[in-house]
Design a protein around this ligand. Structure first.
Ligand code: S6P
Ligand code: ZN
Length: 199
């Protein structure tokens, strides 16, 4: 058998609860509030006002117990609440895998999509229920709730890929997604960077 960085876990079944949008057995659950998304929305004044006005939860990430270790394939369900900051629709922080490895998303519920950026080109994939999005190695990825209810998707990713959030603060995503009068509107930039958030 190949050597493992951590002892391999035994085979087991994972139940995807379609109504609770959780995985069972459940591993760590992460909650991200608006204050955790400092420096990411373009309208810094609107972001600060919303943080001071209750700092709402923007998304949760509920994982199975498969560890983030090399050679494992962890999974998680992300649920993004609906809403916007200065018109920019709620999103996940977004990251790039420092070890360039691919990832699979499966849309579960609600309306939303996947914005990807390789430092030059950006691609937006609408990813509603039962659509599978493929994130190739080397592409930063962020999910966006474009609807009026919660948006959920399943992610399956290489456990040794890692998550670099600083790259996104530095490079952005090449585009932002806004609430438009006729639905979500993708606005590519050259846009100004948001002011750095106060520490
Ligand atoms: C992990 C995968 C997802 C995200 C989750 C939250 O590689 O892409 O599980 O971690 O959607 O997004 P973020 O950008 O805050 O990690
Ligand atoms: Zn990822």
């Amino acid at each position: 058998m190949a050597p493992f960085a951590t002892p391999p876990i035994r085979p087991f079944a994972i139940e995807l609860d379609r109504s609770a949008l959780t995985l069972r057995p459940e591993g760590p659950v992460l909650t991200r509030r608006l204050s955790d998304l400092a420096g990411l929305f373009l309208d810094t004044a609107a972001w600060r006002a919303a943080v001071e006005d209750g700092d709402p939860v923007v998304y949760t990430v509920s994982s199975s117990p498969v560890p983030e270790s090399p050679a494992e394939l962890p999974q998680s369900i992300t649920t993004i609440r609906p809403g916007d900051v200065g018109g920019e629709l709620n999103f996940t922080k977004g990251h790039i895998h420092p070890r360039p490895e691919g990832e699979i998303y499966l849309g579960l519920d609600g309306e939303g999509g996947l914005l990807m950026f390789d430092g030059t080109d950006h691609v937006f994939l609408e990813l509603s229920r039962d659509r599978v999005g493929y994130i190739p190695p080397g592409w930063a990825h962020r999910s966006i709730n474009t609807g009026e209810a919660d948006y959920s998707f399943l992610a399956v990713y290489p456990g040794g890929a890692g998550h670099d959030y600083g790259w996104v603060l530095e490079h952005g995503f090449g585009a932002r997604v806004y609430a438009g009068s006729a639905g979500p509107e993708l606005r590519p930039f050259g846009h100004p960077r948001p002011e750095p958030a106060p520490r």
